[in-house]
Design a protein around this ligand. Structure first.
Ligand SMILES: Cc1cc2nc3c(=O)[nH]c(=O)nc-3n(C[C@H](O)[C@H](O)[C@H](O)COP(=O)(O)O)c2cc1C
Length: 229
């Protein structure tokens, strides 16, 4: 499965088959988490893999009674060593980078799980003190997320998503193109043609031609952005 396919087909899974997950897969999935980007490569994320039945029951209870979690044969508690962000970047490190580092790791884990045919769910609603106690997490660390992992026993429909034009601005906040598909639809074949020609020119080492085509590409881009209201 390629990266984009994994992104588009991933779903939050809350029903699992009564099947164990191979340790080799768990290892590779956690490793994918550890390959997430992190501010200054500080890698402040830590992963607790929980397989024990009793512990998973306690975790489900700590997650505001989300008892469906018990069915998942594996829980991964993604923690953050908060002191690392603070030491390196002060308040910004503590409040922003620490959270972003673990979030990036969580997303990598979800995508890797999907890649290996496993279901997962990002669980954020929990009593932190309870989770810390259950997993013996020290004061200098904080649980940020719990990921359930296992073979899916449901196929949830794709959730509703906002249209791209609602979420996307050009050049400045609130600057929208009314119908992004019209603009991209009209111009994308033109851009694709010029881009192909530019690559061919580069491959042939004809830099003059490349600059000519690259100027054409910039003109097209300017036309597109001029459509902004
Ligand atoms: C920060 C965060 C916290 C979440 N917490 C929970 C949770 O506690 N329980 C749960 O069932 N799903 C939780 N989810 C999963 C979302 O409900 C889910 O991602 C969303 O409904 C979109 O569905 P999808 O993941 O299938 O695309 C959480 C997701 C995120 C990103």
């Amino acid at each position: 499965m390629d990266t984009l396919e994994s992104i588009y087909t991933r779903r939050s899974i809350r029903k699992y088959k009564d099947l164990p997950v191979e340790w080799e897969l768990i290892g590779r999935i956690v490793e994918a988490g550890s390959f997430a980007p992190s501010a200054g490569n500080t890698q402040s994320y830590r992963f607790i893999v929980v397989q024990d039945d009793e512990k998973r029951k306690q975790l489900a209870s700590a997650c505001v009674q989300q008892y469906w979690m018990e069915q998942a044969p594996i829980h991964i508690v993604v923690c953050c060593e908060i002191r690392i962000g603070i030491q390196m970047y002060g308040t910004r490190g503590e409040r922003l980078y620490n959270v972003q580092n673990t979030a990036a790791a969580v997303e990598n884990i979800l995508l890797a799980a999907n890649n290996f045919g496993l279901g997962s769910c990002w669980v954020g609603a929990f009593d932190e003190a309870m989770v810390k106690r259950i997993c013996g997490i020290p004061d200098f660390a904080r649980p940020h997320a719990i990921i359930t992992l296992g073979y899916a026993d449901e196929q949830p429909p794709a959730p509703q998503k906002y249209k791209l034009e609602i979420l996307t601005y050009f050049e400045k906040y609130h600057n929208r193109i009314k119908d992004i598909n019209v603009v991209l639809g009209e111009y994308s074949p033109v851009v694709a043609k010029h881009a192909r020609e530019a690559k061919e020119a580069l491959d042939k080492g004809t830099s003059k031609l490349f600059h000519k085509i690259s100027k054409k590409l910039k003109d097209v881009h300017r036309k597109v952005t001029r459509k902004n209201p």
